[in-house]
Design a protein around this ligand. Structure first.
Ligand SMILES: Cc1ncc(COP(=O)(O)O)c(C=O)c1O
Length: 397
């Protein structure tokens, strides 16, 4: 089998060595139930407390504001339904490029008769602040906007959005699943009311996420049946998940700037190699307001799904749109909302990097991509068949 080059870190990341070690130690430690009075229970309570502190530190939040849950899908659904159901004149203001879990929750709420405004984005993938202000002024009662997009990495103007929400006294939820660990998330300093984050996007385990909530009393319990997580999210804690999340958070906190620098260099080198070989490629979305680890490339006239499949055969993992929607044969709604045509959306591929990648991997992947594009463009129609071949031939390995 070919060695794997994993460039799909926006779908999920591989647990780091430190996280694996923490999980393996924890699983061999015979933890008790955190609700038990005895010493094993006490040991578990302490481990959870330590992990909560680490996650809070990375998110710039107080430990008391953290509620652990199964992940961002669950926590987003909880926050949105909690805020809008039962409100006297509910009006959700969100965007057209949110993760599918928010899109689907908004659709459910709308089907129940709740007003939903879905803000458009420009070709750069960014929300227009004036339109958002107008929507909030027009009776918006809750705003939900992601910090960074999972397909393009485009970063939204979160501080400005938080300021508008504060001005109109409207609560603001921010889905920071992709942003956490890749840019500085300062929950307390930003004026966000609810922020959601997931461990598996930052080398922690899957199935564990955190909600930061400014005013816990604004939340009804997700369900009933226990006192865990101050009764807000009952059920015996996912101790291993929480410990793994805590370790991933403290690892990233301890090397934040260095990690971001490494990831940026890897992504930029990949882009530079591919773009210099195939200048026809376009990068989808803003290249300025963008996560350090993401690039979404459009290969005019080619089939992105074919590129993904051929790279997969070479051991290189990437994807066409978000992992949660990729089994649907539809063009990416995120790219469509940015104004790309169906063909352009189908011609696009997402590459997402992490500090576990190496420069050799990046250079190998770029060379393979260039050669695959050359091969595909040999039997695809224009726009730029001969240009593709000319550019690619120089770099083929
Ligand atoms: C922006 C965004 N929100 C929410 C989710 C869902 O997170 P989880 O896998 O923790 O449910 C993802 C995962 O891809 C995401 O990228």
């Amino acid at each position: 089998m070919k060695p794997e080059i994993y460039l799909d870190n926006n779908a999920t990341t591989h647990p780091s060595d430190e996280v694996r070690e923490a999980l393996s130690t924890a699983i061999n430690q015979d933890f008790g139930n955190a609700s038990s009075e005895h010493r094993s229970g006490e040991k578990t309570r302490r481990a959870i407390m330590q992990a909560r502190d680490s996650v809070a530190l990375l998110l710039g939040a107080k430990s008391e504001s953290i509620v652990f849950g199964s992940g961002v899908t669950e926590l987003n659904y909880w926050v949105l339904t909690n805020a809008l159901r039962g409100h006297q004149s509910p009006h959700l203001v969100t965007s057209q490029v949110e993760h599918s879990c928010v899109i689907e929750t908004a659709n459910i709420l709308e089907a129940e008769g709740i007003r939903v405004t879905r803000m458009p984005v420009g070709r750069d993938g960014r929300l227009d602040i004036d339109s958002l202000t107008a929507a909030v002024a027009d009776g918006g009662t809750f705003v939900s906007v992601q910090w960074a997009n999972n397909e393009t990495g485009v970063i939204q103007p979160i501080r400005e959005i938080a300021a508008i929400c504060r001005r109109f006294k409207v609560p603001f939820h921010c889905d920071a699943a992709q942003a956490t660990g890749r840019l500085r998330v300062n929950f307390s300093g930003t004026g966000i009311d609810y922020l959601t984050a997931s461990a598996h996007k930052m080398h922690g385990p899957t199935g564990i996420g955190a909600l930061c909530v400014k005013e816990p009393r604004t939340l009804q319990p997700l369900f009933r049946g226990g006192n865990q997580e101050t009764g807000l999210r009952p059920g015996t804690e996912n101790t291993l998940g929480i410990i793994g999340f805590g370790r991933a958070a403290s690892e990233r906190e301890g090397s934040f700037d260095a990690a971001v620098e490494v990831i940026t260099k890897l992504r930029d080198q990949f882009e530079s190699l591919v773009l210099s070989a195939i200048p026809q490629i376009e990068i989808n979305g803003s290249t300025e307001d963008r996560l350090c680890n993401s690039t979404n490339m459009m290969f005019p006239g080619l089939d992105g799904a074919a590129i993904v499949a051929l790279l997969d055969r070479e051991g290189i993992r990437c994807s066409q749109s978000s992992a949660c929607t990729s089994n649907r044969p539809e063009p990416s709604y995120v790219l469509r909302a940015m104004g790309l045509s169906e063909d352009e959306a189908f011609a696009s591929v997402r590459f997402s990097f992490s500090n576990q990648n190496t420069m050799v991997e990046v250079e190998t992947a770029a060379a393979k991509l260039v050669s695959i594009v050359a091969r595909l463009s040999g039997f695809q129609s224009p726009p730029s068949q001969s240009d593709y071949l000319q550019g690619a031939a120089k770099h083929e390995v």
